[in-house]
Design a protein around this ligand. Structure first.
Ligand code: NAD
Length: 497
């Protein structure tokens, strides 16, 4: 039995080929296994999807290997790869509405955010890297050896294993494919088992755009089975992962046997520091957005809201009111701000952490339980009087739970903000330029947003300090992670001028 979907949504679901995309064909898994992807609004099944096993991973890697070792992709001019990536972006734009609805159905995020954030950002990302495809160049290096020329090439790495999470499924796929493909690599991408549908549809669009068979292979299934087999596969040349820090450590170990380079985009516990001079209403709104956006399921979530003691009480009151006014409901309703969490597992984990917060003495200002009686909706929750040693101030909750802490001096707040194994992002709210500089220079985080939050641009490096990750996505820096340098020496013979 499938969930009772509207006719339009059912048609969109029917347009997806819920299989494995290997070597340009949609195929069943070798053993015929499938898994169910769920509608988080109800917990009912959407459809069955082919479940990738270790043998299927072998087939996908072989296809990518053949496409890299013998196919046209790394050999055609970069400009031609760029043209195909631009075409892929155009196809995402053509199918924007259907993809946005599919994303919201599988993930639970409000469809107007899928339309205005996930899809446009994914499209822009592909265009940005399409533009790089013909600009990845080596150099002529002046050398001291007489009559010798040295040049470098930037060459693709080969077959790249990419493993992505469920919080921004299509956007994470674009973040991964753009830099890998523009540089001439071939890819096996594993979508999260909670959200396989848009990845499969985007895989199909890659073929329509003219990406040759075997260059993009898309699989999904259990992380501990297909993810582990892919990350440790002896015939891949690099592993890129976005997800939890816990799994990031496993990935690094799996890749180590092959001495493969890894890039990791992991969790966070990002501090958001509100100074005494901040415009309170604007800061309340931005801090609310920083935490609650995407149901709190953002690696950058501003999950430690540090508010200066002078404005603490007023801030807590206003933040509580804002959370109480947050519109929770069907992601397909136009005024919904918050849909369900992605899965029962996440729903249970978040409710458990809320209980821990209460037990450890944080003050529950609002929320604290499930919303409604079906699906995975959680009430927007605000805790004040949160202390640094409480579990809710240390662990990634990945849910709609705001923790507000009090601070007094700059030295103290910088030290407390940095006292975390994570270092992905941070926010600062102040009108004072010196304070903004002191804080943004002092914070150990890969991104600092001053008087704004969750601003992303394809050109600006994004990644974590400490256990929030290794390497950077976006910008030119990411291309370095998908290429390697070859040096070529050639004697100069004959007369030289
Ligand atoms: P996860 O890290 O387990 O899953 C991310 C991806 O890794 C999925 O595709 C999954 O199938 C795969 N995976 C899982 N185990 C694997 C293994 N042993 N080897 C290889 N691949 C494996 O994340 P999750 O369990 O879905 O969520 C758990 C927590 O992770 C969340 O509560 C949240 O705190 C965090 N998380 C962070 C991000 C982020 O963007 N930083 C995204 C999703 C989840």
């Amino acid at each position: 039995a499938t969930t009772s979907l509207s006719r339009d949504l059912q048609e969109i679901v029917n347009s997806v080929k819920p299989k494995l995309l290997i070597n340009g064909k949609f195929i069943d898994s070798l053993g015929g296994q499938t898994f169910t992807t769920e509608d988080p609004r109800t917990g009912e099944p959407i459809c069955e999807v082919a479940e990738c096993t270790a043998e299927d991973v072998d087939a996908a890697v072989d296809a990518a290997r053949k496409a890299f070792d013998h196919g046209p992709w790394p050999r055609i001019p970069g400009r031609e790869r760029g043209r195909i990536l631009y075409k892929l972006a155009d196809l995402l734009e053509r199918d924007l509405e259907a993809l946005a609805q599919l994303e919201s159905l599988d993930n639970g995020k409000p469809v107007h955010f899928s339309r205005t954030a996930d899809l446009p950002l994914a499209i822009e990302h592909l265009r940005y890297y399409a533009g790089w495809a013909d600009k990845i160049a080596g150099e002529v290096v002046p050398v001291g050896v007489p009559n010798m020329q040295a040049i470098t090439y930037r060459e693709p790495l080969g077959v790249v294993a990419q493993i992505i999470p469920w919080n921004f499924p299509l956007l994470m796929m674009a973040w991964k494919l753009g830099p890998a493909l523009c540089a001439g690599n071939t890819v096996v991408l594993k979508a999260a088992e909670q959200t396989p549908l848009t990845a499969l549809r985007m895989g199909e669009l890659c073929l329509e755009a003219g990406v040759p068979e075997g260059v993009v292979n898309v699989i999904s299934g259990e992380g501990s089975v297909s993810g582990a087999a892919l990350a440790g596969h002896p015939r891949v040349n690099k592993v890129a992962f976005t997800g939890s820090t816990e799994v990031g450590k496993l990935i690094m170990k799996q890749a180590a046997d092959n001495l493969n380079p890894v890039t990791l985009e992991l969790g966070g516990k990002s501090p958001n520091i509100i100074c005494p001079d901040a415009d309170i209403d604007a800061a309340v709104e931005q801090a609310h957005f920083a935490l609650f956006f995407n149901m709190g399921q953002c690696c950058t979530a501003g999950s430690r809201t540090f508010v200066h003691e002078d404005i603490y009480d007023e801030f807590v009151k206003k933040a509580t009111e804002r959370a109480q006014n947050r519109k929770v409901g069907d992601p397909f309703a136009s005024d919904t701000e918050q849909g369900p969490q992605v899965s029962k597992e996440q729903f249970d984990k978040i409710l458990g952490l809320i209980e821990t917060g209460k037990k450890q003495g944080a003050k529950l200002q609002t929320g604290g339980g499930r919303h409604g009686d079906k699906g995975y909706f959680i009430q927007p929750t605000v805790f004040s009087d949160v202390r640094d040693d409480m579990t809710i101030a240390k662990d990634e909750i990945f849910g709609p739970v705001q923790s507000i802490l009090k601070w007094k001096t700059f030295e103290e707040v910088i030290e407390r903000a940095n006292n975390s194994n994570y270092g992905l992002a941070a926010g600062v709210f102040t009108k004072n330029l010196n304070w903004a500089n002191t804080l943004s220079r002092g914070l150990k985080a890969g991104t600092v947003w001053v008087n704004c939050y969750d601003v992303f641009d394809a050109a600006v490096p994004f990644g974590g300090y400490k256990q929030s990750g290794i390497g950077r996505e976006h910008g030119r820096e990411c291309i370095d992670h998908y290429t390697q340098t070859k040096a070529v020496y050639t004697p100069l013979e004959g007369p030289q001028s």
